[in-house]
Write a protein that binds this ligand. Structure first.
Ligand SMILES: Cc1ncc(COP(=O)(O)O)c(C=O)c1O
Length: 391
């Protein structure tokens, strides 16, 4: 292919990325997602996935997907509003709504699309969006779309309820949206949802909660962060949950009041203008939801693993952030040091990704340790001992 000026520009920018040590590479797995990942002919203990309950490789779920494919075919053939909404999609939405205790739920192919559906659809011209500074990239992009439609947006300091209240109090907007992760994806900490919901009520605002990392893990039966805090299914809440992390499959849902969900169905562009996920995915998710519901033993194992890890890592030269969830970030500091530590672990058969800016603030490069119910006590001990050796 002949070189063009456009390609040459891209090549220069790729070189800049490489010169900053920020080139990213995909690892090709020769095994299903699980506690052991087979990569480049090596077996690695996997602390790099979001498969918090170890369901991604669950054979019962895989069988539900295979049976679903035989019954419903591989593809849904159209978007939901045209002709792609099959019985398993409908049944899944009802099962999810009942599980999280909201009147209605809407299914999406990914959490990214679900977030892009909620924020710009509810926050048009004249609306104001208030977003936590550490929200996930998909929420940040969703806010950008709302701004492109004429909404105003402001970010508040991470989990700072007083700062959020000051912004709400000063805003003349009739439609206000508070937007927050429930469990922050790179820090593992929880948003103070009771206080934030109280503000949403006081200032008559919507509260959009991204529970990607709480769903399946927190609360009774893994119902998620709202249940963890014993909060009611308020009609001003839109709860987004992803289904590719603890649920081990893929997709997402938005749950809320009937009218709010109907409005998204009628208006949300990332719901309307995309092909419905394959029905076998919905079949697999229905099976996964039942396993989550009955998954107390899995959650007990997960939380025992988290406690063992936190206990074992105290006293190391790196800072373990105060997280009570499956995301356990070990702050290393510089990009180079984080990559060096991640590489040293890799060489010892442990897979822990180094997370660097711009994903996290400068100077806080870290290992994002992702704990799973699939890990054994020996796995956790191996990680702790290897980190102690490297320290
Ligand atoms: C907090 C948060 N929200 C949304 C998403 C996007 O979900 P999905 O991977 O299903 O697109 C992710 C991760 O991918 C996430 O960590």
């Amino acid at each position: 292919m002949t070189e063009t000026r456009l390609l040459a520009d891209l090549a220069t920018q790729l070189q800049d990325i490489a010169d900053s040590g920020l080139t990213r590479r995909r690892r090709v797995l020769q095994s299903p997602c699980g506690r052991i990942a087979s990569v480049d002919g090596r077996e690695l203990l996997n602390f790099a996935s979001n498969d918090y309950l170890g369901l991604a490789g669950n054979p019962e779920i895989a069988r539900a997907m295979a049976d679903g494919a035989l019954q419903w075919g591989a593809g849904s053939g159209a978007s939901h509003l045209v002709s792609g909404h099959l019985a398993p999609h409908e049944a899944l939405e009802q099962q999810i709504a009942a599980f999280v205790g909201f009147p209605r739920a809407l299914g999406f192919s990914t959490g990214y699309l679900a977030n892009l559906a909620i924020v710009p659809t509810l926050a048009g011209r004249g609306a104001a969006v208030f977003a936590d500074k550490l929200n996930h990239a998909s929420l940040i992009d969703a806010v950008q779309l709302a701004k492109a439609q004429g909404a105003d947006s402001q970010r508040y300091a991470h989990n700072n309820v007083a700062a959020l209240e000051r912004l709400l109090a000063a805003s003349p907007a009739k439609t206000k949206l508070i937007v927050t992760d429930a469990v922050f994806s790179m820090d593992g900490d929880l948003a103070p949802l009771p206080a934030i919901l109280a503000l949403a009520e006081r200032y008559d605002a919507w509260l959009v909660i991204d529970d990607a990392h709480g769903f399946g893990v927190l609360g009774p039966q893994g119902q998620g962060s709202l249940a963890h805090f014993n909060l009611p299914a308020s009609p001003r809440i839109l709860l987004m949950g992803t289904l590719g992390k603890a649920a081990g499959v893929g997709g997402a849902f938005v749950a809320g009041a009937d009218t709010a969900i109907e409005y998204l169905l009628q208006r949300a562009r990332s719901y309307i203008f995309t092909t419905a996920a394959p029905a076998p995915v919905a079949c697999a998710l229905r099976c996964s939801l039942s396993l989550i519901e009955q998954g107390e033993a899995l959650r007990r194992q997960l939380f025992a693993n988290i406690a063992q890890l936190r206990d074992g890592l105290s006293g190391l030269p790196w800072t373990l952030l105060p997280s009570a969830t499956a995301i356990q970030p070990l702050i290393v500091g510089s990009n180079e040091a984080a990559v060096a530590l991640s590489t040293a672990l890799w060489e010892r058969g442990l897979w822990l990704p180094a997370i660097r800016p711009p994903t996290v603030p400068k100077g806080t490069a870290r290992l994002r340790i992702s704990v799973s119910a699939a890990h054994t006590a020996d796995d956790i001990a191996r990680l702790v001992n290897t980190l102690k050796e490297l320290a």
